[in-house]
Design a protein around this ligand. Structure first.
Ligand SMILES: [Zn+2]
Ligand SMILES: [Zn+2]
Length: 245
């Protein structure tokens, strides 16, 4: 099972989970031409696309996915936020409900953002259990034993404060981020309180361009979680197989 990152920021989000003959896409915030290219134009292998919430960096290209006959699983709010010609390939999901997408089992879990948003626990026989959480201020959910963790680490409070003090960020940014995105210490705390004994690696998502420091984030989380940590940069490819060799 290969994870490919096409984008992981407010500029646009899209991830592939690729097994031998099936691909699950997470988020539709990257131009569809780029998605097709990254799929080597093998659209027939795509079993579905999950979207976490309606913000455009996650859902902007939803209609292109639908036009290509890709089943999109998302909250009703995501479909209602756009003018769609047809809903044939739209599958509405609800928090705390499970879905089967090809060989993937998907559980939608509630998270706390400034619009309705879900995270996912995704299971596949080749990968085990993966947690995917982005765009949330916190997680009020006790996690089951996991094999892989993809978790937001959007900003660091000291970097944000420096940017506010120096006029790089407006003061109002603090209030907005507090209610919508995950601060580095929150990311670390979630990893601290949950059982990571079966976790192979942690992948940090959706870092703010201005209010984060990727290398510092990677080191901080690696130290506190005691697991290999990767930053989800565009083009990152990782083997998430249970037995990679
Ligand atoms: Zn976002
Ligand atoms: Zn968002």
């Amino acid at each position: 099972m290969i994870l490919k990152v096409l984008g992981s920021s407010s500029e646009g989000n899209c991830y592939f989970l690729q097994a031998q003959n099936e691909t699950l896409i997470i988020e539709a915030g990257i131009k569809f031409a780029e998605v097709k290219k990254a799929l080597n134009w093998q659209l027939g292998n795509v079993v579905g696309c999950l979207i976490s919430h309606e913000h455009k960096d996650h859902s902007k290209y939803l209609s292109d996915f639908l036009k290509s006959g890709i089943t999109v699983l998302a909250l009703a709010e995501v479909f209602n936020s756009q003018v769609l010609k047809t809903r044939v390939f739209c599958k509405e999901i609800k928090p705390m409900h499970g879905y089967k997408v090809g060989g993937f089992k998907v559980l939608a879990i509630p998270v706390v953002h400034d619009v309705p948003c879900v995270g996912f626990i995704i299971e596949h026989e080749k990968m085990g259990k993966l947690l995917f959480i982005t765009d949330t201020m916190m997680l009020e959910f006790r996690l089951p034993p996991l094999n892989h963790i993809m978790l937001e680490a959007n900003y660091s409070d000291p970097i944000l404060q420096y940017n506010i003090d120096n006029g790089i960020m407006p003061v109002s940014m603090r209030e907005r981020l507090l209610r919508s995105h995950m601060e580095l210490k929150t990311t670390a705390e979630i990893l601290r309180v949950n059982d990571l004994s079966k976790v192979n690696e942690v992948i940090l998502l959706h870092l703010s361009a201005r209010n984060s420091d990727p290398e510092q984030f990677r080191q901080t989380i690696q130290k506190s979680a005691g697991k290999p940590v990767y930053i989800a940069r565009n083009g990152l490819c990782l083997d998430l197989s249970l037995t990679p060799y």
